[in-house]
Every structure is written in structure tokens, then in C-alpha cells.
Design a protein around this ligand. Structure first.
Ligand code: NAP
Ligand code: ZN
Length: 410
């Protein structure tokens, strides 16, 4: 998200796609007054520039910052030669969807069709598509495009491309500039480069969350060497991302400690998810006892929280990776990192290559998310429950098995 927030700072009248990473402070309340005008201009551009003629699509959209979702008719783009058309089967509900439908980051372009944890089946391919054929089971994650020519894209880090096109609430300049519509819908058209193969062994509903939650924790673990047997990983926040991080960490052979605000999650974390230890972050005694024991920490917390006590858990030269995206700045006193030479890094999902590697890893180790599968008509309740931290551990919408209804207004 670094470039997103940079763009917001330099060009406040032009909301651009969120991209996970650093710079969270830019979504400060002080920007809020500019937003209605910015949104209006985007909607106008959307009407003027949307490519006509693609497949009719039915999704559920939020129309404003109440975040309430209801049926929404729209059309997908006309498929190009290198496009894959996908019937959506399942879509996970990530906390990012909640941040976006409620405009927590100040960049929402309504109507917002959320959803970027998509598993589906290919129903059509363009003449230039080489990697997929109708009938293939595929995934689509947090982004569906990038410039393919910058340094990041050249290095296979499409997720850090300044022109990354997010799957939902993104801007797709190469296709008319309309705001992208995500996976809470029946069909999507995606360039084959951004489509993932789903290994046969994986159950589809439990795989959907891996397309965002899975790669978001797998990618930084690989990059920071938090994938070695015997190392000690701390996972902060046992939600959608956190519970997958526990499973991935255990599959790497690491010692995994959950650091949570919810004592009620202890038993499940240890007995079912395989965590070795469980710390209640609001219990100073427990936190003190674990001082200086961890090689790395993945912080998945969605709301503001103190990070100094977390940094104290790291060994010297330990690494914290922040993946959660609160809309208020976290506090980083230098004394928490300088004496121990500790690192704090951000991470935004992962590249296409990371995502494919993560899916293969999940297939090999039998990793799937713990899911509560719902129909679309339950989605507003699910979002309310997600907001209250009442989900174990990911809602997944059975899109193909839902009656999507029909739009009362567009
Ligand atoms: P989630 O399922 O709601 O999990 C978040 C967890 O954070 C909760 O289960 C809770 O765990 C903990 N938490 C919530 N409020 C807290 C508070 N006030 N203080 C301390 N802990 C709190 O959300 P998610 O889908 O995993 O997403 C988590 C965050 O990551 C969101 O901000 C989302 O936007 C972001 N995200 C980032 C990326 C990326 O690429 N960087 C990708 C996907 C999502 P306990 O009950 O265990 O405390
Ligand atoms: Zn996500």
C-alpha cells in the first residue's frame, strides 16, 4: 500500500488503489473532507470510461460508508486475447474488505464490490491464453494487473508495482479506468498472468482465504528467513491472517507462539491449530516471561495497538513484519529497536510467484483455512461479526451456491 498512500498524499483528489505496506498514517481523518468530491469525480470517470459490452455480472456492492451490501448489476470487460473468464465459486471475506466497504482508509470508490480471495472455474479463455483452459480450477488474489515493465515487475514483485491493479476498488487504466469490482460476484475476467492454479488436493472453500491471507503471511516468512525449523515465530492477532500464519509456521517446522487479546482462543490455538504457546498480550507477566525469545513476529492486527511490548519479545536482530493495516499510526519508539538492532518491515500480500508457491506449499502440507461457509444473503451479518472479532477464523461465501438476488437499484 505504500504507493497508494503516497499517491493519496501527493494527489489527494485522485484516490488510487490501496496497496498493502507502510504509510498508514496517510489515511488520517484530516483527509476526510476531500473525499466526497474525489469520489464524485471517480464515479463520473467510471461512467465515462467503462468498457461496454462484456459479460453481465451480478454481485453485491456497498453504496456508501455504512458498508451495507446489496445486489448490484454491472458488466465485466470484453475479454481480450490474454484474458481468462472465471465463474466464481467461493470468495473469502478479508478484513481489508471491511476496511474498504466502510471507507476506513479514505479511498473507497462506491459502489464497491469487495472480494479478493477468489476460487473459481475457468469458463472461457482468449486465443492468446497458454496456461489455462475451460474447466480448470483457479484462484485470483488481491491484484489483477500491474505495469509489467517497471523494476518491481521485472523482478517478479508485481505486488509492489506502482501501477498494481487491485481486484476490488482498484483503478484499471488499461481497461478504461473504471473502478475494479471484486469477487462478491458471479463472474470475473482476469489477465492470465494474474491467475493462479489451485492444486487438486485442496478443498476449494478452505483454499479461497489462502489467496490473500495465505500469501500475505507466507511471503514475508520466506523473505525474512522465518521459514527455518527450530526458529521461533510470534503471530500477533489470531484472525484470518494469523491462524494461517500459525499453520504455515508449523509446516516450516518452527516453534509458533500466538500473541492474542482473546484468552478464549487459547485452547483452539494450541489443540487445533498446533501453536506451541499462547500469550495474552494484555497480561504483562506473560509478556515479560517471553522477553527476548522470538526470531520473528508477524503482526496481523487490524486496529491500533501498542507495538513496543511486541518488539520486546524479539531476540537481538529479530524481525517484526507488519501486515495488519490499522488506520491510525502505530508508535515506534527508537529504544524498542535500536539497542537490539531489531527490524520492523511492512509487507503487501505477495507476488504472483509467491502466491503460486504458497498454494503448492499448502497442497503439499494439507494447509487450508478454518472457514465458516455462508451464503451471500448472510454477508452483512458476517461483516458485523468480523468487526466484532466473532469469526473462527474466516468467512467464505459460497458464491455459486447462493441466490445473488437482483438489484433494486444500480
Ligand atoms: P481479522 O480476521 O479480523 O483478524 C485480526 C485480528 O487482530 C483479530 O482476530 C484479533 O486477534 C486482533 N485484533 C483485533 N482488534 C484488535 C485490537 N484492538 N488490539 C489488538 N488486537 C486486535 O482480520 P484479517 O483478515 O486477518 O486482517 C488483519 C489485518 O491485515 C487487516 O487490517 C487487513 O486489512 C490487513 N491485511 C493486510 C494484508 C497485507 O498484504 N498487508 C493482506 C490482508 C489483510 P486476537 O483476538 O487474537 O487478538
Ligand atoms: Zn485480503
Amino acid at each position: 500500500m505504500s504507493h497508494h498512500f503516497r499517491a493519496l498524499i501527493h494527489s489527494p483528489s485522485l484516490p488510487v488503489p490501496f496497496s498493502h505496506g507502510v504509510g498508514v498514517s496517510a489515511a488520517s481523518p484530516s483527509r476526510a473532507p476531500r473525499l466526497p468530491r474525489a469520489r464524485a469525480s471517480v464515479e463520473k470517470r467510471e461512467q465515462a470510461m467503462e468498457e461496454p459490452g462484456g459479460a453481465a455480472a451480478l454481485g453485491w456492492a456497498a453504496r456508501d460508508a455504512t458498508g451495507v451490501l446489496s445486489p448490484y448489476n454491472f458488466s465485466r470487460r470484453v475479454p481480450r486475447d490474454d484474458d481468462v473468464t472465471i465463474k466464481i465459486l467461493y470468495c473469502g471475506i478479508c478484513h481489508t474488505d471491511l476496511h474498504i466497504i466502510k471507507n476506513h482508509w479514505g479511498n473507497s470508490m462506491y459502489p464497491v464490490v469487495p472480494g479478493h480471495e477468489i476460487v473459481g472455474v475457468v469458463t472461457g479463455v482468449g486465443g492468446g491464453v497458454t496456461r489455462f483452459k475451460p474447466g480448470d480450477t483457479v484462484g485470483v488474489g488481491y491484484f489483477v494487473g500491474s505495469c509489467r515493465s517497471c523494476d518491481s515487475c521485472g523482478k517478479g514483485n508485481e505486488n509492489y508495482c506502482a501501477g498494481v491493479v487491485l481486484t476490488s476498488n482498484g483503478v484499471d487504466r488499461a481497461h478504461g479506468g473504471a473502478a475494479t469490482k471484486g469477487g462478491f460476484s458471479d463472474v470475473i475476467v482476469v489477465n492470465e498472468h494474474y491467475v493462479l492454479r489451485v492444486p487438486d488436493s485442496l478443498p476449494l472453500d478452505r483454499t479461497a482465504p489462502l489467496l490473500c491471507a495465505g500469501v500475505t503471511v507466507y511471503s514475508p516468512m520466506m523473505r525474512h528467513g522465518l521459514n527455518e525449523p527450530g526458529k521461533h515465530l510470534g503471530v500477533v492477532g489470531l484472525g484470518g491472517l494469523g491462524h494461517v500464519a500459525v499453520k504455515v509456521g508449523k509446516a516450516f517446522g518452527m516453534k509458533v507462539t500466538v500473541i492474542s487479546t482473546s484468552p478464549s482462543k487459547r485452547q483452539e490455538a494450541v489443540e487445533h491449530l498446533g501453536a506451541d504457546e499462547f500469550l495474552v498480550s494484555r497480561d504483562p507477566e506473560q509478556m515479560k516471561a517471553a522477553t527476548g525469545t522470538m526470531d520473528g513476529i508477524i503482526d496481523t492486527v487490524s486496529a491500533w495497538h501498542p507495538i513496543t511490548p511486541l518488539l520486546a519479545l524479539l531476540k537481538p536482530l529479530g524481525q517484526m513484519v507488519v501486515v495488519g493495516v490499522p488506520n491510525k499510526p502505530l508508535e515506534l519508539p527508537v529504544y524498542a529497536i535500536v539497542p537490539g538492532g531489531k527490524g520492523v518491515a511492512g509487507n503487501s500480500v505477495g507476488s504472483v510467484g509467491d502466491c503460486q508457491a504458497m498454494l503448492e506449499f499448502a497442497g503439499k502440507h494439507g494447509i487450508g483455512a478454518e472457514v465458516e461457509v455462508i451464503k451471500m444473503d448472510y454477508v452483512n451479518t458476517a461483516i458485523e461479526r468480523l468487526e466484532k472479532n466473532d469469526v473462527r477464523y474466516r468467512f467464505v461465501i459460497d458464491v455459486a451456491g447462493s441466490s445473488l438476488g437482483s438489484a433494486t437499484y444500480v
